[in-house]
Write a protein that binds this ligand. Structure first.
Ligand code: C5P
Length: 402
């Protein structure tokens, strides 16, 4: 099960007897494919040691806002940006009160204020504390601010009481965490994505290719699945795991990618060309390995089909999205390609910057369509893909409405 594949979960642990269940929760989140970093309040450390949670999460545990060493390693703002979702389990009555009143008096509350990611809490406390009108008022404030509330469950409590306030079990919390990433924006929509490089054979052992890692296309496939789409991923040779529920078709050459793409158009509402297709291939692919003899040799190259242009001029034309990897005048070249290739939307990125180019884990892009453009700042390819999918789905729906 990989519903949380590549997701970065910041797990906040506050002071309460249910803190021991946080250890199990880390494991369940990891089973779902998530990377977990833990932030503990002072109270939490009275119930479970940072060392336990550090060993389970495989990452240093954070607990001090004013520790210069910890700040130098991964500062609180960096940590807040790292998170795709903040899950606080258990969330004590005191933590809920501090979160509701917008305090930033320890690392966890500060992170909750500083993050743009969603926040989910799993309340755990004595049943009378849970029923108390202050807690209920805080709960309402948090619900109004779109904080997701996991539980609490009902039953026997550590203090001997019976009633509401038990933290939900770790497996249930992990499933609820995964559900937070399902946007359903593309429910019922079929998306076809090309990704990675192509290989153009010179002979049986040699080929022409490029540095594309396929990471962007694969991240888009994952984001499209999360948004409820059915996804076909036509992948050139890459060493990446297939996201859950994605139908993957492996190809090598541009011609194979071209054929697989056209075959997929019968069931395609949105096409995203994220592959770095080789523009040329050797005119002839020799059947036997070429032996070295002369000092120089030349290979005649012929143009490959432009796959995305073929899609955009097809009678079953889907909403067509392309990429423009440029090293200069990024936006203006991309606008030219939008028109020339007859695309609905183009995503321009500057590959001259090694931080965000081919093979890197991050990217920053400008989304351009005929009526406007929008810059999306540097983020992980996973985070960026979710933002891109939002833009694509919005533009697709506007397009359908006209
Ligand atoms: O022309 P250029 O390679 O810069 O265009 C990039 C866009 O066109 C990308 O979306 C890429 O996937 C697509 N493309 C294609 N077939 C080609 C070349 C590029 O689909 N032969």
């Amino acid at each position: 099960m990989q519903q949380l594949n590549n997701k970065q979960i910041l797990l906040g642990v506050t002071g309460g007897i249910a803190a021991y269940k946080a250890a199990e929760l880390i494991r369940r989140l990891q089973d779902f494919g998530a990377e977990v970093r833990v932030v503990m309040t002072k109270g939490a450390q009275e119930f479970i040691t940072p060392l336990t949670l550090q060993a389970l999460s495989g990452n240093p545990v954070h607990y001090d806002l004013l520790d210069t060493e910890a700040e130098a390693a991964m500062g609180h703002i960096e940590l807040a940006r790292w998170a795709d979702l903040v899950v606080v389990a258990p969330a004590s009555a005191d933590f809920m009160a501090r979160l509701a009143s917008g305090q930033a008096d320890d690392l966890l509350t500060t992170l909750c204020l500083a993050t743009d990611a969603g926040i989910a809490i799993a309340p755990a406390m004595n049943q009378a504390m849970w029923r108390d009108s202050s807690t209920q008022a805080n709960l309402q404030t948090l619900i109004d601010r779109q904080v997701a509330i996991f539980g609490p469950g009902d039953g026997s409590q550590a203090c001997g009481d019976i009633g509401p306030g038990r933290m939900l079990e770790a497996a249930t919390l992990a499933e609820m965490t995964a559900d937070q990433f399902q946007s359903r924006e593309l429910d019922g929509i079929s998306v076809v994505i090309t990704a990675g490089p192509t290989r153009e054979a010179i002979d049986p052992v040699r080929y022409i290719s490029n540095h594309s890692s396929g990471k962007m296309g694969f991240a888009l496939a994952q984001a499209a699945i999360e948004a409820g789409a059915s996804v076909t991923l036509i992948a050139g040779p890459v060493s990446l795991a297939t996201p859950d529920r994605v139908q993957r078709i492996d190809v090598e050459s541009a011609e194979q990618m071209h054929r697989a793409t056209l075959d997929s158009l019968a069931k395609c509402d949105i096409f995203i060309g994220a592959a770095a297709v080789a523009d040329y291939r050797p005119a002839t692919s020799v059947k036997q390995k070429i032996k070295k003899s002369v000092d120089t040799m030349s290979i005649e190259l012929v143009r490959n089909p432009d796959i995305i242009s073929a899609v955009a001029s097809h009678k079953q034309r889907p909403f067509t999205v392309g990429f423009a990897a440029e090293t200069q005048d990024v936006v203006s070249y991309a606008k030219g390609k939008l028109v020339k290739k007859n695309l609905d939307l183009i995503i321009a990125n500057d590959v001259s910057n090694a931080e965000i180019g081919f093979n890197s884990d991050n990217n920053a892009v400008t989304v351009i369509w005929n009526k406007g453009e929008k810059a999306l700042p540097t983020a992980s390819k996973q985070q960026l893909s979710r933002c891109l999918l939002k833009e694509i789905s919005q533009s697709y729906k506007e397009n359908q409405a006209t």
